[in-house]
Write a protein that binds this ligand. Sequence first.
Ligand code: HEC
Ligand code: HEC
Length: 190
Amino acid sequence: MRTASFGILSTILLVTSFAHAADVKEKAAICAGCHGENGISQTENIPSLAGQPDQFLQWQLVFFRAGSRKNEQMSPIAADLSNDDIRNLAAYFASLPPPGPPSDDDPALNDAGAKIAARSHCASCHTDNFAGAKAVARIAHQREDYLLKALTDFKTSVRSGGGQAVMADVAYPLTEDQIKALAHYLAYFK
Ligand code: HEC
Ligand code: HEC
């Protein structure tokens, strides 16, 4: 009797976790349409999600759902996500290997970006290899066009960010040329 009921229970658990994994994969397939296979974007102005910190992903999805971060393409998608969807999707994309660096075509711009990043203490929050942690984004090897867009959105208050809105303060004093150099440096970070 004991073994039989244990057998039933473990079957139920197995089926539930299988259904759960299938559900995440199904939802993630919708994301792949824009964010790319395995969370690596091939599309201009759409960020890669692979290897982003779990908490960062969860917060951004919550911001989109709440309307404090807005985007025509992303907002309607986030509006339909439950808290469980957000937890599961964030864990899934955080577990994928992040994009690697493309080979650099502009070392001078890269050097300029490195100097601005050091002066602006970007690494103090984004960590030394810019992989991010907790609610702070991974910015190493993100798409250059998206980094440019994100920094410009913070500078112009299109995007305010969560909590203390730190990025708005960071980006506000940066010039367009400095933002260009930073985006290049981070996209090709070695
Ligand atoms: C129709 C295209 C589209 C689809 C489908 C889509 N996204 Fe997005 N997503 C975007 C765009 C565009 C942005 C960038 C928004 C911006 O510029 O502020 C974005 C941004 C994000 C961000 C913020 C990332 C960052 O680095 O700031 C997260 C997290 C995200 N999407 C998760 C998802 C998930 C999870 C799904 C599937 C449930 C999904 N997206 C489906 C277009 C899409
Ligand atoms: C005081 C901490 C802090 C500092 C310093 C900082 N950041 Fe951030 N950054 C954040 C946080 C937190 C986020 C997550 C966005 C949000 O919720 O506001 C972020 C987000 C970003 C994003 C958007 C990433 C994405 O995928 O959407 C970019 C790009 C970025 N930071 C670049 C930089 C650069 C470049 C510097 C230096 C010039 C810098 N940050 C300095 C905390 C910081």
